[in-house]
Write a protein that binds this ligand. Structure first.
Ligand code: AP5
Length: 220
């Protein structure tokens, strides 16, 4: 069967990364998080990392020309072609959506997680990540087990996860979201992300399966 290609979008801390962990496991797709890729580039001190750092530190989007080429090239690699892909955090601007279309890259499903701004601030401030496994926690909503003392000791708090920076991140999101959604109207599924991760996940899974069924029907 042709592998599935998925885009997941939503505001900062709307739960994209949390849902991606589950989607990846279910469908075996290659998960490409532009946030994770850029943070890795910053840590490595690569050219891209140097260009991206000041934007990320202030909560702004990095320039389109820094990120577009990386993603287009990555999607052309064999694992993405063979396993399918899950784009998390891209496209985030009209120019990024256009670049995908111009490169002939299309998705089966565009999932949009809808969460009110006031909920997002609390999610950002309480988020912690395990740098070894990549697992995402929330110190109130989904904390690690108290017995996992090793995990608790190594948890990291992202430097852009502050109330001050999330205001900038939300501004950037709101000024671009309409254009991005407009590029995917035909395949968009908006999901209420202000429910428990497992309830959100059920709807996400159903939406992907429905998109696959539709694709099979169209091809028949
Ligand atoms: P990026 O890393 O993509 O950050 P983001 O979009 O701001 O998204 P987050 O990673 O903050 O949140 P998420 O939606 O994955 O939520 P999560 O599942 O962790 O980007 C960072 C920066 O990189 C950008 O600011 C920009 O500078 C740059 N960048 C990246 N892509 C770019 C691009 N394409 N163009 C230009 N610049 C780009 O959940 C958040 C918290 O909530 C967690 O603690 C989690 O446990 C909890 N949670 C999740 N779901 C639920 C739920 N249903 N109920 C309760 N709590 C929940």
């Amino acid at each position: 069967m042709t592998p599935v290609n998925i885009i997941i979008a939503g505001a900062p801390a709307s739960g994209k990364g949390t849902q991606c962990e589950i989607i990846k496991e279910e469908f075996g797709v290659v998960h490409l998080s532009t946030g994770d890729m850029l943070r890795a580039a910053v840590s490595a001190g690569s050219d891209v990392g140097v260009k991206a750092k000041e934007f990320m530190d202030s909560g702004k989007l990095v320039p389109d020309e820094v990120i577009i080429g990386i993603i287009i090239d990555r999607l052309a690699e064999t694992d993405c072609k063979e396993q399918g892909w899950l784009l998390d955090g891209f496209p985030r601007t009209a120019a990024q959506a256009k670049a995908l279309a111009d490169a002939g890259v299309s998705a089966d499903c565009f999932i949009f997680l809808d969460v009110p701004d006031e909920i997002l601030v609390e999610r950002v401030v309480g988020r912690r990540t395990d740098p070894e496994t990549g697992k995402i926690y929330h110190m109130t909503f989904s904390p690690p087990s108290e017995e996992d003392t090793e995990v608790i000791a190594r948890l990291e708090h992202r430097s852009d996860d502050t109330e001050e920076k999330v205001v900038v991140r939300l501004e950037q999101f709101h000024s671009n979201v309409a254009a991005v959604k407009g590029s995917y109207e035909e395949i968009m599924v908006a999901i209420d992300g202000n429910r428990s991760p497992s309830v959100v996940s059920e709807e996400v899974m159903d939406s992907i399966k429905a998109a696959l069924a539709k694709r099979t029907q169209t091809a028949a």
